[in-house]
Design a binder for this molecule. Structure first.
Ligand SMILES: *Cc1c(COP(=O)(O)O)cnc(C)c1O
Length: 374
């Protein structure tokens, strides 16, 4: 028996989005970001689909995610973007993951483990070219690159940085970060005999920053069907548009007639102004349908919009369906995605929640039973 709350992930939308990104990337390779369980879409399913489409590598936050991908049979390089610390190095080496090195402190232990395995380990370096979060500052970069290259058990395979403002098309910051990245890595030719993979662009960098594609791009949100700058991005994007891959639905578990002047739910956050028909949904904040959506969100029932009324509870949400025809127990209510001609996007839900689509997708996708469709 399955939950009444259901997240469907569209395989064809994921494939479409990968192809849109690949077309934009041109000759640059694609490294899908599948952290946060594929932004709530299921890391392993997504990685398998993207691998079939030609993904060159994958990006995860923690080493343990990389291990799960290896156990699922993913053979591409897997970059561990966060949590490369002494405690995780044995796992990283054993699962043949690619550590993203932030400073020289980790190198001796990494080298020791590689030597013990009788192999050389490829690493990528993270340059702080303006993100101001992680990585090595430009002034210290070449010393770190030399330290890797001088170690017989380590191999310098790539250098990356991250944009802080790639989703802001008005900002000049991305051009500056790109400039810093290129200027700092220009000297690599002296350090690395072969070619070293340079990568900088997230979805925003891929879509909006000229010249940022370099050797590889690292889209996340775009692969799942959303523009990094939300509704603006969708409104102004040239076709073909990205296709949202997630749909989140629940069921109506009771339909009630209440008189005018009825206070509904905890704290009576909503009082009816007319005799009303109220549908009770089997979803609540436990399922990621957060309390901030109370009295604000809309859902789709029978292809029409209906407003959420009153406070969202742990497992229950109330919807005013007075203006809808023939609503019945068991009917589907769509919280995210399409029903008939109508669609609620993660950007719209994010607007109600005062957040971004990324957070909505992680919440809905990771707190509910997921199913891959089409
Ligand atoms: C998450 C992440 C990305 C992907 O960002 P999107 O905005 O989702 O495209 C790219 N690079 C790094 C380092 C990240 O952590």
């Amino acid at each position: 028996m399955k939950s009444l709350n259901r997240v469907e992930i569209s395989r064809s939308a994921l494939i479409h989005n990968f192809q849109v990104c690949q077309r934009l990337a041109g000759s640059a390779a694609l490294m899908p970001l599948v952290k946060a369980n594929g932004y709530g879409h299921g890391m392993i399913d997504c990685a398998r689909i993207f691998a079939d489409q030609g993904a060159a590598a994958f990006g995860v936050a923690e080493a343990v995610e990389g291990l799960r991908l290896r156990e699922a049979g993913i053979t591409q390089p897997i970059l561990v973007l966060a949590g490369v610390i002494p405690q995780t190095l044995p796992l990283i080496v054993e699962a043949r993951l690619t550590p993203v090195v932030l400073d020289p402190s980790i190198l001796p232990e990494l080298s020791r483990l590689a030597e013990a395995q009788g192999t050389a380990i490829g690493v990528h370096l993270k340059l702080d070219a303006g993100m101001g979060r992680q990585g090595i500052l430009p002034a210290d970069f070449l010393d770190l690159a030399w330290a890797v290259e001088a170690d017989p058990h380590l191999r310098l395979d790539g250098v990356m940085a991250h944009f802080p403002l790639a989703d802001n098309r008005q900002s000049t910051n991305s051009a500056e970060v790109l400039q810093t990245f290129l200027a700092t890595t220009a000297a690599l030719a002296d350090v690395v005999p072969g070619k070293c993979c340079l990568h900088l662009a997230n979805s925003g960098g891929l879509f909006y920053v000229a010249g940022a594609r370099l050797d590889m791009v690292r889209p996340g949100i775009a692969l799942y069907g959303y523009y990094p700058d939300g509704p603006d991005g969708r409104a102004t994007a040239p076709p073909p548009l990205l296709q949202p891959a997630m749909r989140f639905s629940t069921r109506i578990i009771q339909v009630r007639q209440v008189p005018a002047g009825s206070g509904l739910g905890y704290w009576h956050l909503f009082t009816t102004s007319r005799p009303s028909t109220i549908a009770v949904l089997a979803v609540g904040y436990e399922d990621g349908y957060l309390r901030s959506l109370s009295n604000r969100a809309e859902v789709l029932i029978g292809g029409l919009r209906a407003p959420v009324v009153g406070r969202i509870s742990m497992n229950l949400t109330l919807v005013d369906v007075t203006d809808l025809p023939e609503v019945q127990v068991g009917d589907e209510a769509v919280l995210l995605g399409r029903q008939g001609e109508e669609e609620i996007t993660a950007d719209e839900v994010a607007g109600w929640m005062e957040t971004i689509s990324y957070e909505v997708l992680c919440l809905f996708g990771n707190l509910n039973e997921r199913e891959l469709v089409d």
